[in-house]
Design a protein around this ligand. Sequence first.
Ligand code: HEM
Length: 250
Amino acid sequence: MCTQSEQCLQPLQNPDLSEQIKEVTKESHVRAENTELMLSFQRGQVTLPQYKLLLCSLYEIYQVLEEEMDRNSNHPAVAPIYFPAELARIKSIEKDLEYFYGPDWREKIVVPAATQRYSHRLRQIGKENPEFLVAHAYTRYLGDLSGGQVLGRIAQKSMGLKSGEGLSFFAFPGVSSPNLFKQLYRSRMNSVELTAEERNGVLEEAVRAFEFNIQVFDGLQKMLSVAGNRQRQSSTDSNAVHGKTLQIPG
Ligand code: HEM
């Protein structure tokens, strides 16, 4: 029997994976919400260049995530949380990319190094530790079905898009109630049988999954600011070549 003070320090014996994963990623979720890109969304200030670049990264991430989920769909830790009809995002992202970049979007997409590191990790765990896929699927899909729903509506207004145009990513036509679906998803996560070691691995991987997302957001924000600086620099240079000085109002 534990004393009262010991009990406070002991983790619960067999808490649900869905509860544990939410708990261990709580702090990471706050950090993700507070990245510059996510703040732009929440303030209704997301721009077309930001959103287009985000879509490119999402394409890379979901392509690998969904390929690895498909390949491991019979794995005992993947099968219970395998919902391609309800959740798969890749076709929606392709539609959005075509809307924004045109039919030759495949030649135009840009993927920051941080996104490549994320997809590389997804590929690796798909091969070596498929049970960790639950951590990544949770992080992306439950996020998309939670805050993502609000972000979609904000993005539409911020960029002045017509209803649904270029925003298929946010729509889940196969999920009639996101809340009920999340409940089902959590119960399926809780049914996955994992050894203590595997469970710890999944929890660590979930924190890592959030970290990858944060780095992707920061990476593409940096890409945008470098592009912006270059543009400003080249317009200064071309003004200098023509013997003019750039007038900055105010
Ligand atoms: C859940 C907001 C960004 C992953 C939620 C919930 C809200 C929310 C309101 C619902 C909480 C609940 O039902 O108990 C936001 C906002 C964001 C944001 C406003 C940014 C502007 C992110 C990002 C990720 C993420 C970037 C991961 C890449 C998740 C996950 C859940 C969640 C996995 C499910 C938590 C659970 O029920 O276990 N978010 N979120 N969120 N979010 Fe976010």
